[in-house]
Design a protein around this ligand. Sequence first.
Ligand SMILES: [Zn+2]
Length: 85
Amino acid sequence: MSELRNVARAIPPMYIDDRSPDGHILVCTGGGTEHSFARRHLGLSVECPICGQIALSVDLISEFYRRALPVWTGDTRDHHESEPP
Ligand SMILES: [Zn+2]
């Protein structure tokens, strides 16, 4: 378990590059190379057909929206006037 300690989430091995009517365009950086592939349905997890890297779809989607919508990270708190001290 402890060997996962240094594997930070700063650089995800896989991310959604774009979404299209045909599905999701995923970019994987597993194995030291960058390669992309398309998935029509993400399902619960996504396995890279090239290097076998597996990512959870919920991580991919949250990361995608975090990059697409910076406001989504919750800075609306500052505008809550009714919030008690
Ligand atoms: Zn891969």
